[in-house]
Design a binder for this molecule. Structure first.
Ligand code: SF4
Length: 901
């Protein structure tokens, strides 16, 4: 039993990061923080957590929190106000604009980080009572293509399978999914299947990720060719007689036309190989594996979804499972791996602009049913603007009031720079947030509403396998922070809808949400938790993870991972048959050109989450990959004159960023990879949303985030260095400085690169550290170091040196010498810079035990370690959460190539 479980009060809650939805045990430490452990009783993780989940305790502090409502004054300054004034301003502003310009002149932009209860109330207000469907969510950027693909094929947004299928499958195909980094606990689960049962893993991805290196077969297909691959597979299965003709006949329509289309696109393995840019033998191997493995799960994620043809890709995958009848049975099925912690809950309440509520759409019967349930005479009767279209409507001045909740669109939207400018046009711009400053707040929000954060809020979330779990508060709400459902209800009451928004608790909201799902639901709607519509407050508080559906009369308690859909048909189309969907031939919407010859791929890194407002506070997470970077293939690096560890400007038609260069043959020639996490809060010029194309999928509205035409050019900074302070406060570095902000123990570090010489930084240091600071400094050629000492401790420091010389500093040495210098005057003894060592620039591979790359390399090259077991025994790396195991394997492999025995 986990040690935390023996200590009271331990609170059972759910991780706020990815869609795996791991159960967490949180033990408040009485000082505002908490000890964190995995919940052994939660079916999603059985006690395991990844590096991000394990570090949650480092992220619950109040540094930078928004604690009070704020209004922007006419001079542009945000000033504290009371809840009454803030809510009156929001309600008054929305009412005036609705009365003048109509309900479609206002919009809500929500988030997969919201709890289901928050989502439900916001959706009800906009669609039911304001009368517009202009309510969309950052989940549009994440998995909208899966939703659209499910609805086209199944008639509903239904995930047919469960996590248990990953234990039972003989073949697991991962398409566009770096699960080792983005769904680490789930990835460890399927790796156990590989180790213990011999399951085969196929990874399909343009980039050789750490997930790919664990595969039995890796297909590095050209960007955008997934549809061709699965059309080729469908043809192959048909020609080898692998179809389940009885299932196709009894439960589906449209197979014949779909096979014809598949043959037109990819009639054989040779054509498939040519289209995908992969050797024919590897394509044939994949086809044979799929043919031979009845128990096959195809997991797909952002590499499939974030595409202007994402919906067709999803349907091309589903087509192969329908054709073989491999759906809804143990170890079989297409499986959407959801990115966000509550994207599924958002889908359940109808938080997308093309859904109404409870998995109902805008068909007349659905509108009528929801209208009667909500008693909402002004209910929206048509779809609203999806995310990209919503912000383009703001840009055109058509939407005049926007309320953003729990997300950072100024960073994450495509063409983000233009979107930030568009936000300035709003007559009313409201942001519900945890933090006082982020790029969206700083884009000119007029009203800031302090929302409770993870650890302070109560409600439910739904993970990728339809399992509803409780998030529970274990810390008091700080300042005047309130739950989002409360804030929205308070505004709704001011708008005159008190009767419909008189919720007294999260449980009240949940009961209504559950009741709507079961309302007039005779089994023809998939989402039904009517069995929870009368749940008592006590039972809601104690609710154990429960998988839907849970129809009226059923009791919670059936173990999750037992409920599957569609083994015997029963789809949610009018004729209860699934639809085969003939996809369009694969073609990226935007062509590369002489100006933009590369394909820009975007994605996540292992230890950060979204725009880093939470994960960026953790020193141990920051140590993994501390600086924004671009991955370039060695061949392209040579052509473009880029050096590993140098800098490059990455540009598209929409914007530019300056990033560290990582040269790696894990990248396809002609493709660049950049992580999405950095913003104006955390780096000088690394907002990747600024570069991304706004082209969207015609069905899902999801933008093409994986294949923007781009270019890359070398940028030269003669000096590099860093600053350190003991605070988390932002430091304004001189214009023209490249910087990245990094959380470190007891303070903040800024990595920097510059064209300015030592004397410039000497002047800056004196201004920054203050005229009264006790400074100790050293100027040695082009190397400059200065430290401010307070009470014998390093209070702040700055070091710059020539980039090529790559000197290394040891802050402990510098601090000690500076402290000594307090007694002797203001000079540090002249020391050869090569005596110094800065461990902080070494990437940390194992976040749990802070084991760096060099230590792992030495253990292999000098210590004789030959596998991850050896590394674990000597360094402990990889022995806790296991998130670093794939990287350890890669380092061991690379070192043994470089230093053969
Ligand atoms: S895999 Fe990691 S990030 Fe995802 S829910 Fe589990 S602990 Fe959280």
């Amino acid at each position: 039993m986990n040690a935390l479980a023996q200590i009271t009060p331990t609170v059972r809650t759910t991780c706020p990061y990815c869609g795996v939805g791991c159960g967490v045990l949180a033990q408040p430490d009485g000082r505002g923080g908490a000890a964190i452990a995995g919940d052994p009783g939660h079916p999603a993780n059985l006690g395991r957590l990844c590096s991000k989940g394990s570090a949650l305790g480092e992220t619950v502090g109040l540094d930078g929190r928004l604690l009070h409502p704020m209004l922007r004054r006419s001079d542009g300054v945000l000033a504290r106000t009371g809840w009454t004034q803030a809510l009156d301003r929001v309600a008054g502003g929305f009412r005036a604009i609705i009365e003048r310009d109509g309900p479609d002149a206002v919009a809500f932009y929500l988030s997969g980080q919201l709890l289901t209860e928050d989502y439900y109330v916001a959706n009800k207000l906009m669609k039911g009572f304001i009368g517009s469907a202009n309510v969309d969510t950052n989940s549009r950027l994440c998995m909208a293509s899966s939703v659209a693909g499910h609805r086209r094929a199944f008639g509903a947004d239904t995930v047919p399978g469960t996590y248990a299928d990953l234990d039972l499958a003989d073949l697991i195909v991962l398409v566009g999914s770096n699960a080792a980094w983005c769904h680490p606990v789930l990835f460890q689960r399927l790796m156990r299947n590989k180790t213990q049962r011999g399951a085969r893993i196929v990874v399909i991805d343009p980039r050789r990720t750490v997930t790919a290196q664990e595969a039995d077969l890796f297909l590095p297909i050209a960007p955008g060719t997934d549809t061709a691959l699965f059309c080729g597979l469908l043809v192959h299965l048909a020609e080898r007689g692998a179809l389940d003709a009885a299932y196709v006949e009894a439960h589906t329509t449209g197979f014949a036309q779909t096979l014809v289309r598949a043959r037109e696109i990819a009639p054989d393995a040779a054509t498939t190989a040519r289209l995908c840019g992969v050797p024919e033998g590897d394509i044939a191997h994949f086809f044979n594996l799929f043919y031979a493995s009845a128990r096959t799960v195809t997991g797909f994620s952002q590499g499939v979804n974030q595409s202007a043809q994402g919906t067709d890709k999803v349907n091309a995958i589903i087509n192969c499972h329908l054709a073989t009848g491999r759906i809804g049975r143990p170890g079989m099925g297409p499986f959407s791996l959801t990115g966000q912690p509550n994207a599924m809950g958002g889908r359940e309440v109808g938080g997308l602009a093309n859904q109404l509520a409870a998995h109902m759409g805008f068909a007349p019967d659905d509108i009528d049913r929801v209208r009667r349930f909500w008693k909402a005479p002004r209910i929206a009767t048509r779809e609203g603007h999806k995310a990209v279209a919503m912000f383009e409507a703001i840009e055109r001045g058509e939407i005049k009031a926007l309320w953003v909740m729990a997300t950072n669109p100024a960073v994450s939207l495509p063409r983000a720079g233009a979107m930030r400018a568009a936000l300035a046009k709003l007559a009313l711009f409201v942001v519900s947030e945890n933090v006082l400053s982020n790029d969206t707040v700083n884009a000119g929000a007029h009203v800031l509403l302090p929302a409770t954060a993870w650890g302070e809020k109560d409600g439910t979330v739904t993970n990728s396998e339809r399992c509803i779990s409780r998030q529970r508060a274990f810390l008091p709400p700080p300042g005047e922070a309130r739950p989002d459902w409360w804030i929205v209800s308070a505004v709704a009451q001011r708008l005159g809808f008190a009767d419909a928004f008189s919720f007294g608790s999260e449980a009240d909201v949940f009961r209504e949400h559950a009741a709507l799902s079961g309302f007039e639901n005779d089994g023809t709607r998939d989402f039904d938790i009517g069995g929870l519509a009368s749940i008592s407050d006590h039972d809601y508080d104690a609710l154990a993870p429960v998988q839907w559906p849970l129809r009226a009369g059923e009791q919670p308690g059936a173990a999750p991972s037992e409920k599957r859909f569609f083994a015997a048909g029963g789809f949610f189309t009018p004729d209860r048959r699934a639809r085969f969907v003939p996809p369009e031939p694969p073609a990226l919407q935007e062509a590369t050109s002489a100006a933009f010859p590369f394909r820009l791929n975007t994605g996540r890194i292992r230890d950060q989450w979204h725009t880093m407002t939470r994960s960026g506070q953790s020193p141990r997470l920051a140590a993994h990959l501390a600086e924004p970077f671009v991955e370039v293939h060695p061949q392209d690096a040579g052509t473009m004159g880029l050096a590993d560890g140098g800098f490059a400007q990455v540009s598209s038609a929409h914007g530019a960023c300056i990033l560290k260069v990582m040269v790696t043959d894990n990248q396809r020639p002609g493709s660049l990879f950049v992580p999405i996490h950095w913003s104006a809060e955390t780096a000088s010029c690394a907002c990747i949303g600024d570069l991304v194309s706004p082209r969207t999928d015609p069905f899902s509205g999801q933008p093409e985030a994986k294949a923007t035409p781009a270019t890359v050019a070398q940028v030269d900074f003669p000096l590099h260095g860093f600053t350190r302070t003991r605070t988390r406060a932002a430091l304004t570095l001189p214009a023209g400085t490249w910087w990245a902000k990094v959380a470190v123990a007891d303070g903040t570090e800024y990595r920097l690169a510059t064209s300015q010489g030592p004397l410039f930084w000497h002047d800056f240091a004196y201004r920054w550290l203050g005229p009264d600071a006790r400074l100790a400094e050293q100027l040695d050629g082009s190397t400059y170091q200065v430290a401010a000492v307070l009470d014998g401790r390093l209070d702040g420091c700055l070091c710059v040196a020539p980039t090529q010389a790559a000197p290394q500093w040891d802050l402990a040495v510098l601090a000690a010498e500076a402290a000594e210098a307090e007694d002797r005057g203001r000079r540090i003894p002249k020391t050869q810079s090569s005596d110094y060592y800065i461990g902080e620039t070494e990437p940390v591979v194992c976040a749990c035990f802070q084991v760096g790359l060099d230590a792992v390399r030495k253990a292999v090259s000098c210590g004789g370690a030959t596998n991850v077991g050896d590394i674990g025994r000597t360094l402990r790396a990889g022995t806790n959460c296991g998130s670093c195991l794939p990287e350890l394997k890669r380092i061991i492999f690379d070192e043994r190539i470089a230093h053969p025995l």
